[in-house]
Design a protein around this ligand. Structure first.
Ligand SMILES: CCCCCCCCCCCCCCCCCCCC(=O)SCCNC(=O)CCNC(=O)[C@H](O)C(C)(C)COP(=O)(O)OP(=O)(O)OC[C@H]1O[C@@H](n2cnc3c(N)ncnc32)[C@H](O)[C@@H]1OP(=O)(O)O
Ligand SMILES: NC(=O)C1=CN([C@@H]2O[C@H](COP(=O)(O)OP(=O)(O)OC[C@H]3O[C@@H](n4cnc5c(N)ncnc54)[C@H](OP(=O)(O)O)[C@@H]3O)[C@@H](O)[C@H]2O)C=CC1
Length: 514
């Protein structure tokens, strides 16, 4: 029997961000491996016209939870959705709910965050810093609390090249920032944001760094651990390979590439692609929860869950997605998938003009001519803006030390190492990438596998159109050149007479043979 699974039996667990990518996989694993846990409290807000209950049912009804329903048929009775908005004071939790949370919670997994790179500083600080502080304050009033696990990101200190499993101080005290945001107006905040975030590439990574500092400052005598995952990708093994459900990180890029919208990217092919499967992150989270509660380390331990130092993959290898698109194409692609990497800004601009903007303009003209509303240029501009925000991460490599993560691995029994496996050395990247693309197609785009032959036919048609278009373009360019340049005419005359002589020779020799 797994010690970790047994530890969560009978426990009341509080999860923030349970409706997010990481949160769902965390709940799934908890229910599957510890079906005898007491309750999972999730802090949820109503969204997109759905009540809390509807949101919970939608999660439980998804493919991700199919196995859970077999091992834990009463799973819906063990989830207690609590109305909460982390942007509000006291999270807008009712008095009764708050009382229950304070008196019953044993373990907290704090996953909620805004992960948008372009959020406003005010909103990102509210969620990633102030809400963390507020949750720690709540935690300090929980008599039964055994561990508080805070999810950060490996990029919270991406302004450094080598990152240790320690909390680094931020240039400005989080408290000062929280206080000043209370009275500064939005225009001034926008103006001072670049000065505040300094060498951090975006507000997200900066506010996650502030969040870690708050954890350190407000830890009191709580048992806390911080987990820093790198780029969280689709599931590797559990509950099945390739599960993914949002467009963040690599997912949106995979869709844009598979659909033929994105055909070139400014990337350093040999830079480490530090993707880490979401089930691996969740396994570490559960192992850390157990270790922190049982072994009660004297200080707050930070755990890196990255792939680069154990089993590195680079962006060049990631282009393996193209081979998968041949085998399992996405439906109705705009153009044939292709991937050009360039590390040069000038070439990147060229590709953007020729391979992205020009086809979008041509397609919009076609839409206009056929009486439809043009939309491709707008979509392309949005895509290129997204790509430009991700470029920072695909043109650099970082070194993350993983002493604590490796120490924890060695502390686990063989059974726990199997059930809560977070050893990425066993990961086969090519297999993972193939499952990833398949998962994006099935679970994110919700495309039917029966449509593959039709999609392959469309790819063939697109290839023929591509060849035809290029040939026509070449002939037009050549015709224009011949009309203007004597040199081009000479070259043309030379080629034609050479071909003629070659054909005559070939015909004469075949007549002789007869
Ligand atoms: C040609 C080369 C091919 C090579 C292929 C090889 C693969 C390479 C992969 C490279 C990937 C590199 C990834 C690096 C990532 C680094 C991550 C750092 C680690 C972290 O900790 S970050 C956590 C992850 N965070 C992110 O990834 C956030 C990034 N996203 C954003 O900041 C914003 O979304 C963005 C990019 C600014 C876009 O904003 P905007 O243009 O305003 O678009 P919207 O957000 O409004 O959304 C557009 C559209 O999508 C729908 N949507 C939004 N979110 C979701 C969701 N979670 N799930 C499903 N759908 C979603 C939204 O409703 C919009 O739809 P509409 O219909 O309303 O238009
Ligand atoms: N995905 C990645 O690549 C990485 C993620 N991380 C970290 O992992 C954690 C989880 O990320 P991930 O699951 O990908 O993110 P998601 O965007 O998928 O999920 C974010 C979660 O936070 C919740 N949330 C946001 N705002 C509020 C609010 N005001 N009140 C209540 N809940 C709110 C969301 O709820 P709702 O559904 O209502 O919007 C959602 O459940 C984050 O801390 C992130 O920084 C770290 C490294 C990489």
């Amino acid at each position: 029997m797994s010690t970790i699974a047994a530890f969560y039996g009978g426990k009341s667990i509080l999860i923030t961000g349970a409706t997010g990518f990481l949160g769902k996989v965390l709940m799934e694993k908890l229910f599957r491996t510890s079906p005898d846990l007491k309750v999972i409290y999730i802090l949820v807000r109503p969204k997109a016209g759905q009540t809390l209950q509807q949101r919970v049912f939608q999660i439980l009804d998804s493919k991700l939870f199919e196995k859970v329903k077999e091992v834990c048929p009463n799973v819906h009775e063990k989830i207690r959705a609590i109305y909460a908005d982390l942007n509000q004071n006291d999270f807008a939790i009712s008095k009764e709910d708050m009382q229950e949370l304070l008196s019953c919670t044993n373990i907290i997994f704090h996953c909620a965050a805004t992960v948008r790179f372009d959020d406003t500083l005010r909103h990102a600080v509210q969620l990633n810093v102030t809400a963390t502080r507020q949750l720690l304050l709540m935690a300090s009033q929980m008599p039964k609390l055994e561990a508080f696990i805070h999810i950060s990101t490996a990029y919270s200190n991406c302004n450094l090249k080598h990152i240790d499993e320690v909390i680094y101080p931020c240039p400005v005290e989080p408290k000062k920032i929280i206080d000043s945001l209370e009275w500064l107006d939005d225009a001034i905040i926008d103006e001072i944001t670049p000065k505040l975030i300094r060498d951090w590439p975006n507000i997200y990574t900066y506010t996650k760094a502030l969040g870690e500092m708050v954890v350190q400052q407000e830890s009191r005598n709580l048992n806390i651990a911080i987990i820093r995952p790198s780029i969280v990708g689709a599931t590797w093994q559990e509950p099945f390979p390739g599960w993914v459900d949002n467009i963040n990180g690599p997912n949106g890029i995979i869709i844009a590439t598979g659909k033929g919208f994105l055909r070139a990217i400014k990337a350093t092919p040999m830079a480490v692609a530090d993707v880490i499967p979401v089930d691996t992150v969740v396994n570490l989270m559960l192992a850390v929860g157990w270790y922190t509660a049982v072994h009660r380390p004297k200080s707050t331990l930070v755990y890196h869950i990255t792939s680069g130092n154990m089993n590195p993959c680079n962006w060049h290898k990631m282009v393996q997605v193209l081979a998968t698109f041949e085998k399992i194409p996405f439906e109705r692609p705009f153009r044939r998938p292709n991937a050009n990497f360039t590390s040069n800004s000038f070439t990147s601009q060229y590709w953007n003009a020729v391979s992205h903007r020009a086809p979008a303009i041509i397609y919009d003209c076609y839409l206009r001519l056929t009486g439809r509303k043009p939309r491709m240029t707008k979509l392309m501009n949005r895509l290129l803006r997204t790509v430009s925000m991700l470029e920072y991460f695909i043109n650099r490599s970082w070194e993350w030390s993983t002493y604590n993560t490796e120490m924890l691995m060695s502390e686990l029994s063989p059974e726990d190492q199997r059930v809560f496996n977070f050893d990425v050395r066993q990961l086969n990247w090519l297999e993972y990438i193939e499952n990833y693309v398949l998962g994006v197609k099935k679970y994110l785009l919700k495309e039917d596998m029966a449509g593959i032959p039709k999609a392959k036919q469309r790819l063939k048609r697109l290839r023929n159109i591509h060849y035809l278009f290029n040939t026509a373009l070449f002939l037009i360019a050549w015709r224009l050149l011949i009309a203007r340049s004597q040199m081009a005419r000479n070259v043309w005359f030379f080629i034609v007479s050479f071909c003629y002589k070659f054909l005559s020779y070939f015909r004469a020799s075949s007549t002789l043979k007869v």
